[in-house]
Design a protein. Structure first.
Length: 292
């Protein structure tokens, strides 16, 4: 084994961790892969000589790359009313997360949490993700955001307050999740408005990202969301169970073509959030089984 092969082998032992960091930072599977690849390119160019902690060095590189991507997003003149749903991690089975997804979802990072993370300032998100989710010390985070250690700690603290105030505390029992999701889908197919209201939290939020401001929407309130759920009555629309970010979810297809991925957040026996990705371009990049 030559030196480059040895370096590549060492890098591979950290790949799953680096993907998990980048996914939490970016909420995009493709951009997360790009960030990890950039870390490898930088390691390949510079080598590991003098690097005492390769895992920490690579995590710092990925963090900096993700920070640049987030800042680039923020600098673009995007429509403020755009609805963006993070890339879902969809497992092929309806009862068990695929092994290759296990590390990516090690902390049960649901779509609802990723939506909240998207609202954070890039530096806040970096400090929160690296410290609260991966235990990186603030004195290592501080140089990445150009702040003092105390200022980096404050960034994470602000982010933590926003996350706790906005992200619902989800039901963790998968069987209870399926019971609610199955009831929602059955009521949707039957056009049973009252049954839909029974499984929706009064303050439920539905976000649908179809890839453009005009086609995307955010709907709040049980009656309004129940009205949108009537769209699932189409006899040509097929839906099946799927684990979405480790939680009960649904994928839909029309004439064999993937149409949408639905992630549900359930608390106290009711649906509090529905996040739908229906952007054809982004769906085409997901590894989702469409046979029904």
């Amino acid at each position: 084994m030559n030196e480059n092969e040895f370096l590549a082998e060492r890098f591979e032992t950290h790949r799953s961790h680096l993907r998990a960091v980048a996914y939490r930072m970016l909420g995009s599977l493709s951009e997360a892969e790009d960030a990890v690849q950039e870390a490898w390119l930088r390691l390949d160019r510079s080598g590991a000589d003098g690097v005492a902690n390769l895992g920490g060095w690579l995590t710092t590189v990925v963090g900096r790359v993700c920070l640049d991507i987030l800042r680039s997003r923020a600098s673009r003149a995007e429509e403020p009313l755009d609805v963006r749903v993070p890339d879902p991690v969809v497992s092929r089975g309806a009862d068990e997360v695929d092994p290759e997804h296990a590390a990516l979802l090690a902390d049960s990072v649901g779509l609802a949490l990723l939506v909240v993370l998207d609202t954070l300032d890039p530096a806040e998100r970096l400090a929160f993700v690296l410290h609260d989710m991966f235990g990186m010390p603030f004195d290592e985070i501080a140089p990445m955001v150009g702040r003092t250690t105390a200022a980096a700690r404050q960034l994470a603290s602000r982010a933590r307050r926003r996350v706790r105030g906005a992200a619902p505390e989800p039901e963790t029992d998968l069987a209870r999740q399926w019971k609610v999701v199955d009831a929602f889908m059955a009521a949707s197919r039957a056009g049973d408005f009252d049954a839909l209201l029974a499984v929706l939290d009064p303050d439920v939020v539905l976000r649908a990202d179809a890839g453009g401001a005009r086609a995307s929407q955010e709907v709040r309130g049980a009656r309004e969301v129940a009205g949108q759920a009537m769209l699932f009555r189409s006899p040509a629309l097929f839906a099946r169970r799927a684990l979405v970010n480790g939680a009960a979810g649904v994928v839909t297809a029309l004439e064999g073509k993937l149409l949408s991925v639905l992630g549900f957040t359930i608390a106290d026996g009711r649906i509090v959030e529905i996040d739908i990705l229906a952007d054809p371009e982004r769906l085409s990049r997901l590894d989702v089984q469409t046979e029904f």
